[in-house]
Write a protein that binds this ligand. Sequence first.
Ligand code: 13P
Length: 265
Amino acid sequence: MSSRKIGTRRKIVGGNWKMNTTIDGAVDLAQEVVRRLGNTRNVEVVLCPPFPNLEAVYRVIAGTGLQLGGQNLFWEDYGAYTGEVSAPMLTAAGCEWVIVGHSERRHIMGESNEMVNRKLHAALHHDLSVMLAIGETKEERHAGAMERVLRVQLEQSLERIDAGAMDRIVIAYEPVWAIGTGETATPAQAREAHAFVRTVLGELFGQEVAEATRIQYGGSVTAANAAELMGEPEIDGALVGGASLKPDDFAEIVRAAGGGRAILG
Ligand code: 13P
């Protein structure tokens, strides 16, 4: 794998606000993020507020270079699916991105890889880019099953996806044991998992696509540990939960992803 190719993967940092903001708080938070990171050029930044906040946040970030993402979607476009939100609704609200397969959806809402795959196809069909989240539980890691779990999640979630679509998919490696726990993966653990993910992507889509695909790390990323994690050549950015609710910390993480600075344009 040549370092030149690694260098061409632009870092991407997502802020997954989860179910933590009502509309006023979301607008305030977006304004604070824009103040610190508006027009960041060297790192792609995607804010993912709860559905009812999307349009309001879009109005704050439109034209700043910051992008909007949904936290989930349903695979049908319209119809009698009470409580669900579709890809056309997300794009109409200003989204360019959507998170698919987050572990909280897999483990709390019972989403299977097959459901994740249907969501992925729906998102791509409507020109949404996807942060596809995968990751093993603590029990799986301790049982030596990490690679098997990641492989199955990748193979089944990416079924019938063309290699040509992989430039609109970012893999978010989020070990479940690291999410919201304060127990961050060490850079070595993340490096090892990312390298394995890239190997599987190579088997599925070929080496060139695997080397071009971005792999984010997520799980207790903070302003304090971001520089070390983002310094790993295999780590192409972060998907941030708790720290994305603190504008100073989130800006610090984006700066770390940019090699110590956020270049404003
Ligand atoms: P924390 O950063 O709060 O651990 O959450 C990570 C995450 O789930 C991002 O999607």
